[in-house]
Unconditional design. Structure first.
Length: 151
């Protein structure tokens, strides 16, 4: 059974997280994952800035950071449960980017979560070809859930 733990480490209520969690479960299903888990952690700009500085040597906030446990070998715990890692999303960046890109907060939060999910699976966007593969997968997940750029 797949499992996503969602942690809202902010002081605000984020009702969109319920939908985001469903979108992530649909992404797991699309990728045919079984007995897989990961964490989605919502933080503020200050927290993600510190993560960036301490773990990536980048002295600024970003919208999403992932910590994948499978960078070297697959991590299996207990009864063959696969643990992917953690996705951290800055709620502040998600809100500002939703405005900047003229779409809903739900769309931006869902995009960042799915983007982080694919990073946990080892996808990246360092080359044009890799970016096309990763972004196509992301858009398919979001589109299948009815979350479009204009929503």
């Amino acid at each position: 059974m797949n499992k996503i733990e969602v942690f809202n480490n902010t002081n605000e209520k984020i009702p969109e997280l319920e939908t985001v969690e469903k979108v992530l479960y649909s992404a797991m299903e699309k990728e045919k994952l079984k007995d897989t888990s990961f964490n989605l952690i919502i933080v503020d700009n200050n927290y993600i800035h510190e993560l960036n500085k301490n773990y990536r040597g980048i002295d600024r906030e970003t919208d999403v950071i992932t910590f994948a446990l499978e960078d070297e070998d697959t991590i299996i715990i207990g009864d063959n449960e696969r643990i992917l890692g953690d996705i951290y999303i800055s709620i502040d960046k998600a809100r500002s980017q939703a405005i900047e890109y003229s779409h809903s907060f739900l769309r931006e939060l869902s995009f960042l979560a799915v983007h982080g999910f694919y990073h946990l699976l080892g996808y990246d966007h360092m080359t044009k070809e890799d970016e096309e593969v990763m972004f196509k997968k992301q858009e398919e997940v979001l589109e299948s859930y009815g979350i479009r750029r204009e929503s």
